[in-house]
Design a protein around this ligand. Structure first.
Ligand code: AMP
Length: 261
């Protein structure tokens, strides 16, 4: 996949943009960062954007903090403007990580893409059972500087409490420490985000990837699935909207696919 992108000029184009969806603990952030670095996507991580706003004490940060602490979804009206602005500023293909998480956000994303006359190439759904997800979240540690992720037992840092990459302190995220918030995030995913996955499945954009095992193993599966799907040489998919919504396998003609595994 990366070779194919390199040989086609190195930077994926806007219509190659992807959405990555997965329950908390599925390794979504890790996989998104890795794929973005390997393939040159502009990585847009909603949770990280919100945490930055909170850390900066901005007015948006102050409004969203209680929701993030409780593991609840930020109201769509608070988020859609921020996301639209961020999408507008993307100069090449983006990899959306953590958005959309409900049907209202999926519609807001459709609208923004329509305004930008942009399409997405596909939606990757990471799949993981609740028990493994909870186990991963309970032991998760992130570095204070850049959010690099570790796990107390499954993926410990070389020196306890210190990030291998930038030497900053490792901490457990507030919403991972709180068992109630953790359960509520998993329930929210089932109730609100699974319908988004079903919607993308109906529009023929969905690629499912099993998220068990090591980050390396998941990354291999993800790149294989992505490469296989994108190299079928079908016309490039676009986000479902209007007349084709709900038709299984609906795809639009928008040029020749450049990617191959
Ligand atoms: P994450 O880092 O993806 O686990 O997100 C952390 C928290 O940020 C979530 O528990 C929500 O409170 C908030 N958040 C992130 N993405 C969204 C979204 N698309 N919609 C609403 N809230 C979000």
């Amino acid at each position: 996949l990366t070779e194919a992108i390199k040989s086609s000029g190195g930077v994926p184009q806007k219509a190659d943009s992807l959405v990555l969806i997965g329950p908390p603990g599925s390794g979504k952030g890790t996989q998104a960062a890795r794929l973005a670095a390997r393939c040159g996507f502009d990585h847009i991580n909603t949770g990280a954007i919100l945490r930055q706003e909170i850390a900066a004490g901005s007015s948006l940060g102050q409004r969203v903090e209680p929701y993030v602490r409780a593991g609840e979804l930020i109201p769509t009206e608070l988020l859609s403007g921020v996301m639209a602005a961020r999408l507008r500023s993307a100069s090449h293909a983006f990899l959306l990580d953590g958005y959309p998480r409900n049907l209202a956000q999926a519609s807001a994303l459709d609208q923004t893409l329509e305004e930008l006359r942009q399409t997405i190439a596909g939606v990757i759904a990471l799949e993981l059972d609740d028990q493994t997800a909870a186990q991963r979240l309970e032991g998760r540690l992130v570095c204070a500087a850049e959010g690099h992720t570790y796990h107390r037992s499954l993926c410990p840092p070389s020196a306890e409490g210190v990030c291998d990459i930038d030497g900053s302190q490792l901490v457990a995220r507030q919403d991972d420490r709180d068992l109630g918030a953790l359960r509520s995030r998993l329930e929210l995913f089932r109730a609100q985000t699974v319908p988004v996955i079903e919607r993308y499945c109906e529009s023929g954009l969905l690629m499912r990837v099993e998220a068990t095992g090591s980050p390396e193993r998941v990354a291999e599966r993800l790149e294989y699935t992505l490469g296989a799907s994108l190299s079928r040489n079908q016309p490039r998919a676009r986000i479902s909207r209007g007349s084709d919504r709900g038709k299984p396998g609906a795809r639009a003609q928008s040029g020749t696919r450049r990617w191959a595994a």
